[in-house]
Design a protein around this ligand. Structure first.
Ligand code: ADP
Length: 266
């Protein structure tokens, strides 16, 4: 009868509804789990330099009275560790703001070639142990972007190319165009990143070799910051890597305004 069918339909609808609720609960608990993990990782990362500072401060109290040279060395170490904490907090704050889509970008008309050249110059001065080549297909490439943040993207990639390879390893910075994109590449001739690791290097706090790379002073957030900043510009970042040839490719929309909406002065 019609009545029986209605009950069947109701039952089906009810089951569909339950399935939806299940799904959204599962999604929410996955998001909560990610957040919990992030807070745990962040706390751990911040505690490491803090513990060092505390240790140096204890030693300092003793050395201050007796050994001026040792005192100065310890003071230098404390400054370094405090600097690491503050870099970490800057990255965390930036990521949180990008997550909240409260876009912290200040877009303006920039010349990507000029900006990349400045980054190359900075790298050359700061990392003279790595031969750097700069190459651009075009003389100038204008786009709407936040110059400070774009510079941060290039600096992070260049720093990685230096820090995660042996001194003397060649690094290349290249600018080129594709039909819809302004493209900038950072390449190095280092050992490369294994295929399993390639899938994870953009994850927050991920390091391929924890013990080896932690000492390099990196926060483990560099590539997540790159990823989020490029995405906030409407672009993409990708990676190909084999021994002797690791390439990070950043694509930025060549003509469109940041975020695809009219630019608002703030
Ligand atoms: P970190 O602060 O450790 O550099 P990143 O997020 O910038 O953090 O990078 C994540 C990990 O990816 C690094 O710890 C390193 O193991 C690996 N990595 C990044 N860039 C390179 C590169 N050019 N060559 C080899 N390994 C790299």
């Amino acid at each position: 009868t019609g009545g029986g069918l209605e009950v069947e339909e109701l039952r089906t609808a009810f089951n569909v509804m339950l399935a939806h609720i299940d799904e959204s609960l599962a999604a929410r608990s996955a998001a909560e789990q990610r957040l919990r993990q992030f807070v745990a990782d962040a706390s751990h990362e911040l505690r490491t330099p803090l513990t060092s500072i505390r240790g140096y401060a204890d030693l300092f109290a003793y050395a201050a009275a007796n050994e001026p040279a040792e005192r100065d060395r310890l003071m230098g170490r404390m400054r370094e560790e405090a600097g690491r904490m503050s870099a970490l907090l800057d990255d965390l704050l930036l990521l949180a703001r990008l997550d909240a889509t409260e876009t912290p970008l200040r877009p303006e008309r920039v010349d990507l070639v000029e900006l990349a050249m400045a980054a190359a110059e900075g790298f050359h001065a700061g990392r003279p142990e790595h031969p750097l080549s700069f190459d651009s297909q075009v003389d100038s490439l204008r786009l709407d972007a936040d110059p400070m943040r774009l510079r941060q993207v290039l600096d992070n990639l260049l720093t990685n190319a230096a820090v995660h390879t042996e001194p003397g390893t060649a690094v290349a910075l290249r600018v080129r165009t594709e039909p819809d994109w302004a493209v900038v590449e950072v390449a190095d001739a280092g050992p490369g990143i294994s295929e399993q690791a390639q899938a994870r290097v953009f994850d927050r706090f991920y390091r391929v070799d924890d013990s080896r790379t932690r000492g390099s002073g990196g926060t483990g957030l560099g590539l997540s910051v790159v990823h989020s900043l490029v995405a906030a510009h409407g672009g993409t970042v990708s990676l190909t890597s084999r021994p002797g040839d690791t390439v990070f490719t950043v694509r930025l929309p060549s003509a469109s305004l940041v975020g695809g909406s009219p630019q608002v002065d703030s």
